[in-house]
Each structure stands twice: as structure tokens, then as C-alpha cells.
Design a protein around this ligand. Structure first.
Ligand code: IFM
Length: 733
């Protein structure tokens, strides 16, 4: 089964930020960055919370990091040993990504031999408010050890501090750190208690925003002293009784014991893998990267809520404002749809519950219907700024139009809901508000349509497609096609809902449904969808794209005057060229591949791939999937690995000027999963049945995975020359 472990033995200060992402553990309620126990805010430790945000002053609103209840370091014979200040003689970190457990093992030389710290920790998948840690110390010589352990309320923030106050207190045997947020006055409560089976003296000190226990004992050489820490995280958004709940939880955990809660946590992970593991024979690198990607998605799946989505950087911190983009529906959703439909429903319910925000946004721009936020936060607030990029030459913020013009975001919501209907066979989500979301999105696109008097067709002007380098273009093929898809979806949704009398009646009070069907039908027929060019079969990305300068990416980059200059927008050097940031036409062809000939798919892949910078981690998987559909698995393979290894390679962008923009890349992780399942295995629904059309890369001898479709669990085994789909019966969850 392979090792399911990633590890690192180097101790390099510059890897602190990327390790934080790569070694993340989480359970959907919180993500704990893979940093060390002794790290202070300068080293970016974070217990990042899902779905809670705060704004201080005019800075960007961002998600919250909880007070750090893992905070721990040691002193031996009066001298501190901690990273990054004290160079170790050996250091090893590891992540068991089958079970979401982070390990460290560090030794330092002291005057009388070595002192070694070994630790492991996890965010329980069984109990989302619970973190547990085992911390062991062993020295070569007898000596006085002090363990400093407690809660660090000096939290790392990008745009903080978010806690106006930090209450630190002790009610034996528990210590608490409760932060009160600036904007909504949320109380973020962290409780902590510990257990040891040896004698020690204990003091508690409060210094600034830290509450720390000082645990002292005489250590004997060669004996391992184990400290078990239990940490509870509750917020006033979870319950008004957050303090009692946080206390009850950790006392119960302590009485059950570390091994017991670890076992329960591991069992939960095994349950996930039973359905979601993808087995690849012949290529361990792919198998590791793919399952590691799946691990990341499981770690951030909101199982504790029934209406919550996943931010573009998962739960790895505050970059990208912790906001939800189209990434969730278009890239991450499929894993959950195929292996845990309840989570897929939770993600989509978030869009249903934020419909009012989307309607307000449309209204603010002078349109009807629902225009979803480009960067959605709590309550459907659009966190996207009008000035998303800083001009490196003038230091001035640059006007960007992502928020105003990436209108394709609403169609991503529609796509997600319709996909849920297709794969689950259930109308529950449509009935619970999803139907209305689709109608509102269709109304929005209808309102955006433009008709030139001499043409009997509708157009969409002044938009930004997935390729963000070319702003404010007309007739972006992807956007127009997705708008058409939205009209068609709305028509079928109105038909579906007509089967539910009470709901249909209720909707009829708000809308003239027959008339809407008519106008959507007209729009779906008449909206202009750029066709493949007769000569070369290539679809023009937007009006005028073919007339732009055809310069290679390499040549273009030679023109850069600053290594961090932005290539898109009004003055960007890519804007007037054919160089694009990420898959655009290719994304469209992927989604609608059945409607185009193989020749068109291939010609467009060949045309756009060399012109695509893959400047976004969302890009490679789309090219990879389309390459599979063009029966080019060898071309698909490196692009698949690029996606699957986005968080393993440490080569993703971590800084933009002085702003930390690193974090995990769950859309790339989801894209890797889609590529494996829908690309290499070629899974799709045909005539209401699951179908595979495999195209394995030469290194893969076979591939096996499971899928939930219409409530049944299927096992799919693919060999070089054969494929089997086996129905295992009703999936009981
Ligand atoms: O949603 C993406 C976008 O397509 C490219 N820039 C980053 C966003 C978040 O991942």
C-alpha cells in the first residue's frame, strides 16, 4: 500500500512557510499549519478556523486564526532549546497523510549530550473541536527539564490583530485563552489540559497574551517523559456555551486517553479512504501525489456544518482572504460528489444560503438575478477588492476588474448544483433553494445580454474569462457557453420543480415561470457561441484575440522590467499578446467535450497550450484532462503531476512583494483527482449509467477506485486493456 508518509530531514529557515502548508493537518473545522510547537507568530503557526472572518480598519477582511493551544518549548539545565533560534543536531518532520498526523523529532547537543524532543499531533476527524498532542522528551544525561506549554494568544495574522481582547485564565486543571474579535465580537475559545504519568512541579505564568504552564522535573538519562495535551476549540458562533463545551470536551478526552482518541481519529480516516483511495499500480509517484491531494481535500471538508464552503487556500491561513472562489464548484466538488455526497451538498448549500448576497451584488451593478461574489466570505459578502494588485513600479494599487467582470462565477454555482443532481439523482438540493439559485443566475445572464440591431444573436460584452490577463473583453467563449448552459439548466429546473406542487406554487408567486422558460429558451438558442475557425479549427478566446501579438511566453517574459510585475490588466505586457494566464477555451472544451469533434479538441489544445503560462494552479489539470480526451495520456501525465504535486513541490509562489500569498492549493488537488478519474479513467455518465473510457499513461499498469453514483457504490478496476465497473450495492455512508 506504500508508505503514506511524506517527510523532511532538512532544517532550513526558508522552508518554514512552505512546510506550514505541506504538512498541514485539519478536519474541516480547523486547519493546523505544519509548523513546530515552539514557533511564535513570526514563523506563521496557525490554527485556521473555517467560516469566521474579521476586519480591522481598512485592511482586507480575513479568516481567523485561533489562539495557539499547541505552544510548547523546553529548557534543559536552564538553557532553552527551540527552533528556529537553536540549530539542532538532527531534525525530522513527517506527515502521515493517511491519518492526518504530524510528527517532529528534533535533537540538540547540550553540554552533557543530546536532548531529544519527539512530538505528534492531530486535529481529530472524529471530534472536530479537538486537537491532541503527544510531546516526549529524552536526554542523554540526568538534568532539570522545564516544559513551557500553554496557549499563545499572540496570533499570526496578515491583516490583524483581530482580537481586541484576550482573556487568559485558569480553572484547574484547564487553562483558557479567549480572543474577542474586533468586528463581530466573536469569542474564540481555546481550552487546554494535559496529562503525564510522572511527577512534576507546575507553575502558571501569564505574560502579555500568553498563558503558559511551567512543568519542571528532574529527568533521568535515557528515559522518555511523555506529555499529552488536549486542546478544545469552540467559538461563540458554534454555541453560546463555548466555555463549558470546550472544558467538557478536553476533560472527556483526557479521561478516555490519548490512545483511544487517536484510534477513533484514525478509524475515521480509514472510513474516508475505504471509498476515496485511488490505487495506481506501476507508478508510486502518481499514487502518492494523488492520494496526498485527496488527503488535503478531506482535511478541509466541512463535515461539522450543513452550509459551508472551502476557501481557495483551504484552511492553511489567511491568504486570498480565506475567500471562496469558483475553485470549489469547478475543481474541488467532484471528489466529494463521487465519494462523500453529503459534503458536496454542504458546499452547495453555502451558495443557496448566500443567494441574498448574490442578488444584492447584481442589484448594486444594476442587474437583476444573482451575481455571486468573486471572493465570497461569511454571508456571501464579496471580499474582492477593486484594487487587487499593486503596481510594482509606482507602488500604487492597480484597478483590476475581477469582482466586476468575472461574471462566469454564477455559472460555476449552477454547474455545481446540476452536477449534484446528475450524480446523486436527487432533487433535494433543487427543492431546498438550489432551483431558485439557478433561476436567479439565469435571470442575471439574461440581463447581461446585448443585441446589436443588425444581428439576430445575443452577446456578452465587457467580461473577464478564466484567463485573468485579458480584462474587459467581449464574447469570451467560456463565459458565453456557460451562460447558455445556465439558461438550459434553468429551463430543465423549472420543469423538474413543476413536479412539486407546493414549491412550484410558491415560486409562481415570485416569478412568471412560463415566461421565464420562454425567454431562457430564446436566450439559449440565440446566445453567440464562438465557433471553431474554419481554417484551423481553433475557437477564438474572445473577440479580437486572434489579432493580438503572437509572442512566446519566454520572449514575453524577457520584456519584464521587474520580477514581480503583473502581466495582466490595463498595462500588463501579456494583455496585448496571446499569452494567457490559465486554461480558458480549454476549460470550456473540457466541460462540453461531447459537443465537439476530436479534431477541434486537439487543435485547440495544441494552439492554446504553448500560449498558456499556467500562472494559476487551476490551469494544468484542465489541459491534462483535455489531453486525455484527445487520447494523449503521455502529454497529460506531466500536467497531471503538476497539479497533484502543487503542494508537495514547494515551488508554488509564496510571496508577492512583501505580502505572503502562500497556502495550500485545493483546486489543484481537486483538479488532479478529476484528471485521474475523468481523464485517465475517462469516467462519465452515458445514458444514465456510469461509463469509463480509459487512457492510462504508460507508467500506470492499472488503476482502481470507487464512486458513489445515484446512491450506489461502484468499484472500478482499469487494466491496460480492460475496464470493469462493479456495483457494490447501496452506499450506507
Ligand atoms: O479562482 C482563481 C482564479 O481563477 C485565478 N486566480 C486565483 C483564484 C483562486 O484560486
Amino acid at each position: 500500500m506504500g508508505k503514506w508518509i511524506i517527510e523532511d530531514k532538512e532544517c532550513l529557515a526558508e522552508k518554514i512557510t512552505s512546510d506550514g502548508n505541506k504538512y498541514l493537518v485539519g478536519n474541516g473545522y480547523m486547519g493546523i499549519r505544519g509548523t513546530l510547537q515552539e514557533y511564535k507568530k513570526e514563523e506563521f503557526p496557525a490554527i485556521n478556523l473555517a467560516g469566521l472572518y474579521d476586519q480591522v480598519g481598512d485592511a482586507w477582511r480575513e479568516p481567523l486564526n485561533a489562539p495557539n493551544g499547541l505552544y510548547t518549548y523546553i529548557e534543559f539545565e536552564g538553557k532553552q532549546y527551540r527552533l528556529p533560534q537553536h540549530l539542532p543536531s538532527s531534525h525530522h518532520i513527517a506527515l502521515d497523510y493517511r491519518h492526518g498526523i504530524f510528527y517532529r523529532d528534533t535533537s540538540w547537543e547540550t553540554e552533557v549530550g543530546k536532548i531529544r524532543v519527539k512530538a505528534e499531533r492531530f486535529a481529530s476527524l472524529d471530534e472536530c473541536h479537538l486537537i491532541a498532542m503527544k510531546y516526549s522528551i529524552c536526554s542523554d544525561a540526568d538534568g532539570r527539564v522545564r516544559i513551557y506549554t500553554g496557549i499563545d494568544g499572540e496570533v499570526w495574522d496578515i491583516n490583524g490583530p483581530h482580537y481586541d481582547e484576550m482573556w487568559l485564565s485558569e480553572t484547574k486543571p484547564i487553562i483558557y485563552g479567549v480572543g474577542i474579535t474586533h468586528e463581530c465580537k466573536y469569542k474564540i475559545c481555546v481550552s487546554e489540559t494535559y496529562d503525564v504519568d510522572f511527577n512534576l512541579d507546575e507553575d502558571i505564568i501569564i505574560e502579555g497574551r500568553k498563558i503558559v504552564r511551567v512543568l519542571s522535573f528532574e529527568a533521568k538519562a535515557g528515559i522518555s517523559y511523555d506529555l499529552y495535551k488536549y486542546i478544545g476549540v469552540y467559538t461563540s458562533k458554534d454555541t453560546s456555551d463555548y466555555l463549558n463545551e470546550a472544558s467538557r470536551l478536553i476533560l472527556e478526552a483526557k479521561s478516555n486517553g490519548y490512545d483511544y482518541i487517536l484510534r477513533k481519529h484514525k478509524n475515521k480516516w480509514e472510513e474516508k479512504w475505504k471509498v476515496s483511495q485511488v490505487t495506481i499500480e506501476g507508478d508510486d509517484i502518481s499514487m502518492e501525489a494523488l492520494n496526498y491531494s485527496i488527503y488535503h481535500l478531506h482535511s478541509i471538508a466541512p463535515r461539522h456544518a450543513d452550509s459551508l464552503s472551502i476557501p481557495a487556500r483551504g484552511l492553511s491561513g489567511q491568504t486570498y482572504k480565506g475567500a471562496v472562489f469558483w475553485d470549489t464548484e469547478m475543481f474541488m466538488l467532484d471528489l466529494f460528489l463521487f465519494t462523500e455526497p453529503d459534503v458536496a451538498k454542504t458546499l452547495l448549500k453555502y451558495r443557496i444560503d448566500t443567494l441574498d448576497g448574490a442578488k444584492k451584488k447584481a442589484k448594486d451593478y444594476g442587474y437583476c438575478g444573482a451575481f455571486y461574489p468573486w471572493e465570497s466570505q461569511e454571508g456571501g459578502y464579496d471580499a474582492c477588492s477593486d484594487y487587487n494588485v499593486v503596481d510594482v513600479f509606482t507602488g500604487r494599487p492597480m484597478r483590476t476588474y475581477f469582482k466586476d467582470k468575472q461574471v462566469h462565477i454564477s455559472s460555476a454555482v449552477v454547474y455545481g448544483i446540476m452536477r449534484y443532481v446528475d450524480y446523486t439523482g436527487n432533487y433535494d438540493l433543487l427543492i431546498e433553494g438550489g432551483g431558485q439559485v439557478i433561476i436567479e443566475c439565469a435571470r442575471f445572464y439574461y440581463d447581461l445580454l446585448i443585441k446589436k440591431v443588425h444581428l439576430d444573436r445575443y452577446e456578452l460584452h465587457d467580461v473577464i474569462g478564466p484567463d485573468e490577463y485579458h480584462e474587459r473583453v467581449n464574447n469570451n467563449a467560456y463565459t458565453n457557453k456557460m451562460a447558455k448552459y445556465t439558461f438550459q439548466s434553468a429551463i430543465s429546473v423549472i420543469d423538474i420543480l413543476s413536479q412539486f406542487d407546493a414549491l412550484y406554487e410558491e415560486l409562481s408567486q415570485q416569478y412568471d415561470l412560463l415566461w421565464l422558460k420562454q425567454i431562457f429558451q430564446d436566450a439559449a438558442v440565440k446566445i453567440y457561441i464562438p465557433e471553431p475557425d474554419e481554417k484551423n479549427q481553433v475557437i477564438e478566446q474572445f473577440d479580437g484575440y486572434f489579432g493580438l501579438e503572437d509572442v512566446s511566453i519566454e520572449e514575453l517574459k524577457k520584456r519584464m522590467l521587474h520580477e514581480k510585475e503583473y502581466l495582466g490588466g490595463a498595462y500588463g505586457i501579456a494583455s496585448h499578446s496571446k499569452v494567457i494566464k490559465q486554461a480558458d477555451v480549454v476549460t470550456m472544451l473540457n466541460l462540453f467535450s461531447d459537443e465537439y469533434s476530436m479534431e477541434v479538441l486537439l487543435k485547440n489544445w495544441e494552439y492554446y497550450e504553448p500560449r498558456t503560462e499556467h500562472g494559476s494552479s487551476l490551469s494544468a489539470c484542465m489541459y491534462s484532462m483535455l489531453a486525455c480526451k484527445c487520447q494523449m495520456p503521455e502529454k497529460a501525465y506531466p500536467l497531471f503531476l503538476k497539479s497533484a504535486r502543487a503542494d508537495l513541490r514547494e515551488s508554488t509562489k509564496q510571496w508577492a512583494g512583501l505580502i505572503y500569498i502562500g497556502g495550500t492549493h485545493p483546486a489543484a488537488a481537486g483538479g488532479a483527482y478529476m484528471t485521474a478519474i475523468e481523464g485517465f479513467a475517462g469516467l462519465r455518465i452515458k445514458d444514465g449509467k456510469l461509463n469509463v473510457n480509459p487512457n492510462l499513461p504508460s507508467k500506470w499498469n492499472s488503476m482502481a477506485f470507487k464512486i458513489i453514483y445515484h446512491g450506489d457504490l461502484y468499484e472500478i478496476n482499469i487494466e491496460k486493456n480492460s475496464a470493469k465497473i462493479n456495483n457494490l450495492g447501496r452506499y450506507k455512508g
